[in-house]
Design a protein. Structure first.
Length: 166
């Protein structure tokens, strides 16, 4: 299967983690906005179809500002730093995906486990602690790219099945 076909398949699978996080914030009383999913018909059209964030939540303070949240689902199981399967570093996102959103990057990233019950949360105010590594993309054939990583001690952990874990 070519890379763009794999991308389209992965984009469809990303819906479940996105709506788990949306429901999590909805149940806590936040106003939420989920952008519609659009997929480029060809890889060369990808820039015209890029979204500006997966999920927006409105702050509950008097300013009522919208915060942008990116949501990713992993195929690994974890609940927190004690059983995080990838060592001491936490992959946040592809470097280019974050950099192209500057000066308005997401406020945070929710990275969900395979079962969508737990998340590692990386706030972008920790950006000064991030570092880059080049890595082969496991989902795609013959593709390597730079990724941002965050030290594991800067990651917050959430049990999405329990609203008491806020």
């Amino acid at each position: 299967m070519e890379n763009h076909e794999k991308f389209k398949e992965n984009l469809k699978k990303s819906t479940k983690p996105l709506f788990v996080v949306a429901e999590y914030f909805h149940q806590m009383g936040y106003n939420i906005c989920v952008n519609g999913q659009r997929c480029a018909p060809t890889a060369s059209d990808h820039e015209r179809y890029a979204d500006d964030g997966d999920l927006y939540i409105q702050t509950k303070d008097h300013l009522k500002q919208w915060m942008k949240i990116e949501v990713k689902g992993l195929s690994a199981e974890f609940t927190n730093s004690k059983d995080w399967p990838f060592g001491l570093d936490f992959m946040v996102c592809a470097k280019h995906s974050y950099d192209k959103k500057i000066p308005n990057p997401p406020n945070c990233y929710y990275i969900l486990d395979k079962t969508c019950t737990h998340a590692g949360v990386v706030k972008t105010d920790t950006f000064n602690d991030w570092f880059t590594k080049t890595k082969k993309c496991g989902n795609y054939k013959n593709v390597s790219q730079e990724f941002y990583y965050c030290p594991l001690d800067k990651v917050k952990w959430r049990n999405l099945a329990s609203l008491n874990a806020v």
